[in-house]
Design a protein around this ligand. Sequence first.
Ligand code: ARG
Length: 287
Amino acid sequence: LVGPGEGPIVLDVPAPAAPVRVPTNRRYLMCPPEHFTVEYSINPWMDPSRPVSTELAMRQWTALKETYERLGHRVETIEAQPGLPDMVFSANSGTVVDGKVLGARFRAPQRAAEADHFRRWFLDNGYRDVVMPECTNEAEGDFTWTGRYLLAGTGFRTDPRAHAEAQEVLGVPVVSLQLTDPRYYHLDVALFVLDDDLIAYYPDAFSPGSRSVLRRLFPDAVIATEADAACLGLNAVSDGRHVVLPVEATHLAEQVARRGFEPVFVDISELRKSGGGPKCCTMEIRD
Ligand code: ARG
């Protein structure tokens, strides 16, 4: 600024504070880990020779559910099925945007039967717009709704052709992203949405081209470190204010707190033995 006949006017404006983050009430669908085990290996986290406590998984899952309820969210549950140890990861079984449901088609035969249990849950709960996909699609494992775009991962599980299918079925713009690190085999272990237009992600989990896309769309994003990603810290759930994330993700928690969010820690150590965290156990139903 230059005043009339004077030198430049220096304004003493403090650095902008982080905006006040306002939570919105969410509705989630979860499945208790009653039959949780690690008896096959379909990602590098799963080691069937390592003991797993179903009871501890159940306690951790219950604490996660109670965390959501304490934050004012509505949690629906679907009945766990024997013989489907990964059914606790409900996020993989449907993508719901504006009340439209796109079901799942799993890559691994061990998980295939989960998709139909969820399809039936939606039909039993009054959803009429339920479409089962032609192409392999692990739902919110690889699809993340930002409020504007559906970010869509591929490389390990979801077929890239499923991205076009999701765009057509849900009628939302899809942005394809290439995952490159087998430890981060699903998009939801490499990236999460904090709020409309604000995401956090681990760049090294993506191809160079996809990294550029993310930088262009989200120049302001929270950039996660290797340590943030390695505890599945990016498998987090935000309601626009509270960010539920694994207790080990302290550095990431600090980053999001600096942006005005409130970290809420949960212990998911037992579920992580299967490669899952809080978000994997949480399908968001957006009516
Ligand atoms: N064991 C499961 C699998 O490999 C874990 C799924 C985790 N879910 C997720 N949304 N990333 O399929």
